[in-house]
Ligand binder design. Structure first.
Ligand code: FES
Length: 571
């Protein structure tokens, strides 16, 4: 047999990728085609580059309510560019419909996304995500699967209105609920408000985690420029989907793959943007997880240094006053990138084929807008977040100081300790609780393993009797997370968490705690010998010593701490 007579080795593209194993690749391909033809596909269609599209629509996820229309437009774009679109389902996670927490499920979605990309034949993939955990999960999965990928964001919802006031989910959900707790909004009005805070499909429209991730995917170059901020309900959102589908075909042919795109420079740009937008603290955890998948990791000290140099330039709630649709019409991410100038790694590549520098140079210069500030007139003089260390947080902690009370950033107070989320719920509003506005509220056993699932419980409510007396903010510290939409002088992600023996578990009621954000310190003012004695009495929470089955068992046994992104150790 001459070489020209030899059976052609199937090239690993299109339908020939990732064949099911029957011990005969030719038969595997034959069988696959036989089955897919049952759906009416022609040979011409099946010979095209195959573009996977993640379908994350769910009736339980209104943040993804526009996904069917986006898929339709992505398919149009793919076909206009000569590819074959193939939509497939993955898990969808909504913040309010995920028990115990969406963070508990993020890694499950990452595994699902990775394995479905890996198992099925596709030459590139369009990741459609939006609600907080979905985009990080998709990127974690896509980085590990490492075929060309493009992120399409579902987009922020439009603002709500009530009594002449503009409302945004969920910064105003918390503010108004606080007023309800304090007795200034009655039962009937809070019911009315529940219908006005989230008036359209799409993601929360303040600078919460979803909006933060929408900005970061542009900063990392894995979404088309300008697409991270378009409102969910606008025609431009549909056009962005079509354009993403088109570009996915180009990526299928020429790359780059996530491993080529998500470089140290891309993560540096993401850290710069995270500081400049006053982004969600959750964004830092997710970045750490994505970077770890890329074999890199996030250096918390570098992130803090960036925060000292890069001011907050975006005037959005909760750090400022406006909403995502205003940011978008002010020029969106390209304009922010332009204002960030020399802070960026300009040569970092993007899925569009342009560098970040070229995208910044081409930004639309909207006249008279005040949402995207220049470095000469920033919203805050420094970045949104600071990384704290000290004997309470040897592995680090984070504070969003752009949304904190300036007067509390240097504060020493008496600890009022809650041993768990349940303990906090039971006792916080007890009129007999020994607490003053100068105290430091401490919540523990609310970290990745402790709760489990690291709930967004770090925004401890102000004790009712203090709220009714007009107290709006107190220093609050925990190993929990906080919604990106929340505000206050709140120290989060204390690492290591108390449930695995971290020093937060050693705090007793009445201990003095010192917070010094300018010096980046958080200290428990108890002598070392006493702390050693308390350490010898430590016992982990019961759920960490009892056998656990299924995904919960996998999670409890494998989840890492916040500084490593709360990914699983084996991922
Ligand atoms: Fe989905 Fe806020 S609940 S983005």
């Amino acid at each position: 047999m001459t070489s020209s007579d030899a059976p052609k080795k199937p090239s690993a593209a299109g339908m020939r990728r990732n064949l099911a194993s029957y011990g005969d690749p030719g038969f595997s391909l034959f069988l696959r085609k036989a089955f897919i033809k049952a759906a009416g596909f022609s040979d011409d269609a099946l010979d095209r580059p195959i573009i996977g599209i993640t379908n994350t629509f769910s009736d339980f996820n209104p943040c993804h309510g526009n996904v069917p229309r986006l898929i339709e437009a992505v398919k149009r774009g793919v076909m206009l560019a000569g590819g074959l679109p193939m939509e497939f389902p993955t898990i969808s996670i909504h913040e309010s419909f995920s028990n115990p927490t969406s963070m508990f499920l993020r890694n499950l979605m990452a595994i699902d996304t990775e394995e479905m990309i890996r198992a099925q034949p596709m030459d590139s993939v369009v990741l459609i995500g939006g609600c907080d955990k979905t985009v990080p999960a998709q990127l974690m999965g896509a980085v590990s699967a490492d075929i060309p990928a493009i992120q399409l964001i579902t987009g922020p919802m439009l603002v709500g209105h009530h009594k002449g006031e503009i409302l945004g989910a969920c910064t105003d959900c918390r503010r108004l609920w606080g007023q309800h707790r304090a007795g200034t909004i009655d039962e009937a009005e809070i019911e009315v408000l529940s219908g006005r805070l989230a008036p359209t499909q799409g993601t929360c429209m303040v600078m919460g985690t979803a909006s933060t991730m929408g900005c970061l995917v542009e900063a990392m170059g894995i979404a088309l420029p300008g697409t991270g901020t378009i409102p969910a309900t606008h025609a431009d959102r549909i056009r962005a989907a079509e354009a993403s589908g088109r570009q996915a075909v180009a990526l299928a042919k020429n790359g780059p793959k996530p491993s080529e795109l998500l470089t140290r420079a891309a993560f540096r740009n993401a850290m710069v943007v995270l500081q400049a937008i006053g982004g969600s603290t959750n964004g830092l955890v997710h970045l750490a997880a994505i970077a770890r998948r890329a074999g890199l990791g996030i250096d918390l000290e570098e992130f803090d240094r960036i925060g000292r140099e890069v001011p907050v330039l975006i005037d959005l709630k909760p750090s400022g006053d406006h909403y995502m649709e205003h940011f978008h019409w002010a020029g969106g991410m390209p304009r922010l990138l332009k204002e960030l100038g020399a802070h960026l790694e300009r040569d970092a590549m993007t899925v569009s084929g342009q560098t970040i520098g070229a995208i910044a140079d081409a930004a639309e210069m909207v006249p008279n807008q005040t949402i995207i500030r220049s470095a000469d007139a920033p919203l805050k003089q420094t970045g949104g977040m600071a990384v704290l260390r000290g004997n309470l947080a040897p592995g680090g902690a984070v504070i969003k100081h752009s949304a904190a009370s300036p007067a509390l950033l240097t504060h020493t107070g008496r600890a009022v300790v809650f041993d768990s989320v349940e303990d906090m719920v039971n006792r916080m509003d007890d009129p007999a609780l020994d607490v003053t506005a100068q105290d430091v509220l401490v919540l523990r056993n609310a970290g990745p393993k402790g709760a489990p699932g690291m709930p967004e419980a770090g925004y401890l409510p102000i004790p009712k009797k203090l709220a009714q007396a007009g107290v709006k903010d107190m220093v609050r510290i925990s190993d929990a997370r906080m919604s990106g939409t929340a505000f206050g002088t709140i120290v989060l992600h204390i690492t290591p968490e108390s449930a695995v023996g971290g020093p937060l578990g050693l705090v007793r009621d009445g201990d003095m705690i010192s917070l010094d954000v300018p010096a980046r310190r958080i200290e428990l003012l108890v002598d070392a010998a006493e702390l050693e004695r308390r350490k010898s009495e430590f016992t982990p929470p019961a759920h960490l010593t009892e056998p656990a089955r299924g995904y919960r068992g996998l999670y409890l046994g494998s989840v890492l701490q916040a500084d490593e992104g709360c990914d699983f150790d084996f991922c």
